[in-house]
Design a protein around this ligand. Structure first.
Ligand SMILES: O=C[C@H](O)COP(=O)(O)O
Length: 258
């Protein structure tokens, strides 16, 4: 049986300036240092303006916490005002980059085609994309949540070679559960995550799909993380609001203790 190391990632969204970021990561590192958390990968996704400060801290103190960006340009360089390239993120030694978060899809009209180009840009620069997918409330109510989400997975991975797809992280985030306090039931989330794994097996191989990590995101807290992580096809969490509270995020990382 394939063992997948859980990935607990905090997506700070547009919160915490670079000074607050340093204090926050120091707090996380201190709180996590007193107990072995080797079996869980921990990452933070700060705003772009914090990344250099986080890199300096992580490098300087040799922290095990990984970090990444919340978005990436599909372009390599040039006249794209406001965009940040994969090369820039790689230079800051980012490990991860979130791609296609629902807030990017909703507020910046990101399509599956653009998301796919961003996934490819991430790999081009040695970054691991966290491909975010998930349905809106009306889609869930119409019973089309699985097909909708699988279409986003297929679109995001289009023409991606197996040697890249094998390391992709998929984050299933039902849009109606993001920041609302409404958690998708663990079994409902499992249903979709199992579907995602089956779709990846169909696109590639079962062996490849068995190694891909699938996160759940949407109002994850210390109080519900254990039940979510107990699902066989859920390998981590993409945590928004609760990741801004260092003590709460540490509890989420230590989901096995909850
Ligand atoms: O990327 C994280 C998700 O959007 C979840 O956010 P949330 O934990 O605040 O619901």
């Amino acid at each position: 049986m394939t063992t997948r190391t859980p990935l607990m990632a905090g997506n700070w969204k547009m919160n915490l300036n670079h000074l607050e970021a340093i204090a926050h990561v120091q707090k996380l590192a201190f709180a996590l240092a007193d107990k072995d958390y080797e079996a869980v990968e921990v990452a933070v996704l700060p705003p772009f303006t914090d990344l250099r400060s986080v890199q300096t801290l992580v490098d300087g103190d040799k922290l095990k916490i990984k970090y990444g960006a919340q978005d990436i340009s599909a372009q390599d360089s040039g006249a794209y005002t406001g965009e940040i390239s994969g090369a820039m993120l790689a230079k800051l030694k980012c490990t991860f980059v979130a791609v296609g978060h629902s807030e990017r899809r909703q507020y910046h009209n990101e399509t599956d085609e653009l998301v796919n180009a961003k996934v490819k840009a991430a790999y081009k620069h040695g970054l691991t994309p966290i491909l975010c997918v998930g349905e809106e409330l009306d889609v869930r109510e119409a019973g089309n949540h699985v097909s909708h989400t699988l279409a986003q997975v297929e679109g995001g991975l289009k023409d991606l070679p197996a040697e890249q797809a094998e390391s992709v992280v998929i984050a299933y985030e039902p849009v109606w559960a993001i920041g609302t306090g409404k958690v998708c039931g663990a079994e409902d989330a499992q249903e979709v995550c199992a579907g995602i794994r089956a779709k990846i097996a169909e696109l590639y191989t079962q062996e490849l799909a068995d190694g891909v990590r699938i996160q759940y995101g949407g109002s994850v807290k210390s109080g519900n993380v254990a039940e979510i992580m107990a699902q066989p096809d859920i390998d981590g969490a993409l945590v928004g609001g609760a990741s801004l509270d260092a003590d709460e995020f540490v509890k989420i990382v230590r989901f096995r203790d909850q």
